[in-house]
Design a protein around this ligand. Structure first.
Ligand code: CTP
Length: 453
């Protein structure tokens, strides 16, 4: 009797369509046993596929439901194909002819076969037809505004052509230099009274709360830089308005949406480093040397930077029990702060931020069986190392990202709006509250200190 012939193929299979069905049937016809590798969402995002509309689980389920598919696996990284060929003793690797030549290197492991692709259909086309274009407006010509506009080009179904800033001259100069921005408003009510569906707010921190509130009440989805609010209860109020208006309110913390950061959290959940005892993360930047105005510096290190380390600490250790600040102040604002939090089972979070001192911007997550090291700049997460006493067990994960990382956050925000979801699992409302609370608690402590003096 002849051995069974194993075929393997890979794809994203978003919004499963006739082109996918045809290629899978053609692949199966080449042998007896068909394995389908479905790409994991973090891997897809790291290779630039940002707009996939279904989760990995949903795509896996759709392929599993096909009776001619014998096994479904998840493809997590670039080198997995070669590993799978050996692991599953594959006879033929089959893939659509849009990939001709790209997988010739696998001939070393198996026979590579490029199969005809079905004309006239693709997931990209279906997504374009299914989802409406979201019109975005930008409030504030802050440091990242230009980068935001550039990065949004990589996210499908988004159009940004309108900005608001109270500074008329700055607005005029910006719209003149930026041909994609057709409309400039120095009146926020007028700006909101247009067909925009969503607003990205990138203004001074004091302006965040009133601008978010107005935008939500005008029925717009909001993505806003950190901290969202500077007073206790303001963020809760904003979240309550977002809930009432059924709108998305998301904090613009780009790290939370990077493919490697999501994968790091997933890997930690497997428990390989044991019980987590400590999370230590540093973020410093000498803004003065980068020509930021004094008014920016006066917001202080904690307000400007603490959201990043607080994100890592909170995502890994959860709710905190206590918080202590070790700050260094000058001219009434904090140049640096060492923020120590305690959590369940005695775990400790150490967040170090500074705008008046420079330090190594790395992060370490320590556990009872090993630790994770994320090299600087850890908040632009790409590579992280799982390390153990037995060095043979150590391994490295790399999930690249393109551009400056903003496009992953924009893609998540757009996808929430498109799918009619209000909350991102990557940055939930309770994550946002916990992160914002660090700045708020610090400001309370400063106020109390002043009273005592
Ligand atoms: N495929 C095909 N015919 C199509 C679309 C896809 O044969 N019209 C094949 C691809 O060649 C690949 C597999 O289906 O072997 C999975 O492709 P995938 O990238 O998931 O589908 P696309 O529709 O091409 O997705 P996208 O538009 O997001 O690139």
């Amino acid at each position: 009797m002849q051995d069974k012939k194993t075929i393997i193929t890979y794809g994203t299979y978003d919004m499963l369509h006739i082109g996918h069905m045809n290629i899978l049937e053609r692949a199966k016809a080449l042998g007896d046993y068909l394995i389908v590798g479905v790409t994991d969402e973090n891997y897809d995002r790291s290779r630039g596929k940002l707009n996939v509309s279904q989760s990995t689980d949903d795509r896996v389920k759709a392929i599993e439901a096909l009776d001619f598919v014998d096994k479904v696996i998840v493809e997590k990284h670039k080198h997995q194909k070669a590993e799978d060929m050996v692991k599953y003793d594959v006879d033929i690797f089959a893939i659509g002819d849009d990939w001709v030549g790209a997988f010739d290197y696998l001939n070393e492991y198996t026979h590579v076969e490029y199969l005809p692709r079905t004309e006239g259909i693709s997931s990209t086309k279906l997504r374009k037809e299914t989802f409406d274009t979201i019109k975005f407006g930008i409030a504030g010509l802050g440091h990242d505004t230009e980068a935001f506009i550039n990065e949004a080009e990589y996210v499908s179904n988004i159009k940004i052509n309108r900005v608001y800033d109270s500074d008329f001259l700055a607005l005029k100069a910006f719209t003149k230099d930026n041909e994609r921005i057709k409309y400039g408003h120095d009146n926020y009510d007028e700006f909101l009274d247009t067909s925009i569906k969503a607003v990205y707010i990138n203004t001074s921190q004091e302006a965040h709360y009133p601008l978010i509130k107005k935008a939500l009440e005008a029925g717009k989805h909001v993505l806003c830089e950190n901290p969202l609010a500077l007073e206790k209860n303001e963020l809760k109020e904003l979240l309550a308005i977002a809930k009432k208006e059924k709108k998305v309110l998301l904090s613009a913390l780009k790290t939370a949406f990077l493919p490697a950061f999501s994968q790091l959290l997933k890997e930690l959940k497997t428990g390989t480093i044991g019980d987590i005892t400590e999370v230590r993360a540093t973020r410093t930047s000498l803004y003065k040397e980068k020509d930021y105005p004094d008014s920016f510096m006066e917001q202080g290190a904690t307000n400007i930077l603490s959201s990043y380390p607080s994100l890592l600490v909170h995502k890994v250790l959860g709710k905190r029990k206590s918080i202590t600040f070790f700050d260094q102040e000058e001219n009434g604002y904090d140049l640096s702060n060492l923020i120590v939090t305690t959590h369940k089972n005695g775990a400790i979070g150490v967040s170090r931020v500074a705008i008046g001192a420079k330090s190594e911007g790395d992060a370490v997550i320590s556990g009872t069986k090993g630790y994770v090291y994320i090299p600087a700049p850890w908040w632009l997460t790409k590579t992280f190392y799982f390390r153990f006493e037995d060095t043979h067990k150590s391994h490295t994960f790399t999930y690249e990202f393109d551009g400056c990382g903003l496009r992953y956050m924009i893609a998540e925000f757009a996808s929430l709006i498109q799918r009619g979801h209000r909350k991102s699992e990557k940055l939930t409302p309770s994550d946002m509250v916990a992160i914002n609370r660090v700045s708020l608690d610090y400001s309370d402590q400063k106020k109390n200190r002043k009273k005592e003096n």
